[in-house]
Design a protein around this ligand. Structure first.
Ligand code: UDP
Ligand code: MG
Length: 184
C-alpha cells in the first residue's frame, strides 16, 4: 500500500468543497489515515513549493496558500499517488478533464481546489512535512476485502514470489507448479 498527501486549498475551503473532495476519495476506495485543518506556515510552503521558487507566480502562490487554513488529508491505497493525481486532474483547471476534481469545480491554474503529491518520494516527504507520526493511523476497514483481490491484499505473500515482475508472471508460475504436482 502507498500513502499520499492531499491539501484542500483555501479556495476549496471558501467554496464549501471540503466534504465533496473527501467524499470523492472515500468513494473511490482510498483509505483516510490522517485528517486535519491547519494554517500553513510560509516556511512550510517554501519547502513544499521549492521547485517553483523561480516562477513569476511564486510569491502570489505562497500568499494564497497561507491566507486561511487548509484541510490536509493523508490517503492510503494501492498506487495511491497515481490514483489520486488522476482523480485531481491537470494543474490548469480549465484544461482538466471533466470528472476530475479540478475539471468539475475550478476555473483557474492557481486556485485549483486541491494539492496532490506528484511522486511516491514526494508523497513521503510531504506527509512528513505536514503530519506528525502520531497523526497518521493504522486501522482495519470493513470494506477492505471488497476493494482488493486476494493477491492485492498480500494474501499470497507467504508463497515464494521473489524475482517476479508482475502478478501475472507470479500466477503463471503457480499454475506450472500445480501442473507438475498433478503429474507426479
Ligand atoms: N500554479 C500557479 N500558476 C501556474 C502553475 C501553477 O499558480 O502557472 C500553482 C497552482 O496552485 C499549482 C501549484 O502552483 O497547483 C503547484 O504547481 P505544480 O506545477 O506542482 O502543479 P500541481 O502539482 O499542483 O498540479
Ligand atoms: Mg505539484
Amino acid at each position: 500500500m502507498r500513502r499520499t498527501l492531499v491539501i484542500v486549498k483555501p479556495d476549496g475551503i471558501n467554496r464549501c468543497l471540503i466534504g465533496d473532495v473527501i467524499t470523492r476519495f472515500e468513494k473511490k476506495g482510498l483509505k483516510l489515515i490522517g485528517l486535519k485543518m491547519d494554517l500553513l506556515k510560509v516556511y512550510q510552503l517554501k519547502d513544499h513549493y521549492v521547485h517553483l521558487q523561480d516562477k513569476p507566480f511564486y510569491e502570489e502562490l505562497l500568499e494564497y496558500m497561507s491566507s486561511i487554513p487548509c484541510v490536509l488529508l493523508a490517503l492510503e491505497g494501492k498506487d495511491a499517488v497515481a490514483v489520486v493525481r488522476k482523480l485531481v486532474g491537470s494543474t490548469n483547471a480549465r484544461d482538466a478533464d471533466i470528472g476530475t476534481i479540478r475539471g468539475d469545480y475550478a476555473m483557474s491554474v492557481q486556485t485549483n481546489i486541491v494539492h496532490a503529491s506528484e511522486t511516491e518520494d514526494a508523497a513521503e516527504d510531504e506527509l512528513k512535512r505536514f503530519f506528525k507520526d502520531e497523526e497518521l493511523f493504522e486501522y482495519d476497514k470493513m470494506n477492505f476485502n471488497w476493494l482488493y483481490c486476494n493477491s492485492e491484499q498480500g494474501k499470497y505473500d507467504h508463497v515464494e514470489n521473489e524475482g517476479k515482475s508482475s502478478e501475472a508472471e507470479y500466477f503463471e508460475e503457480k499454475e506450472e507448479i500445480k501442473k507438475d504436482q498433478e503429474n507426479e
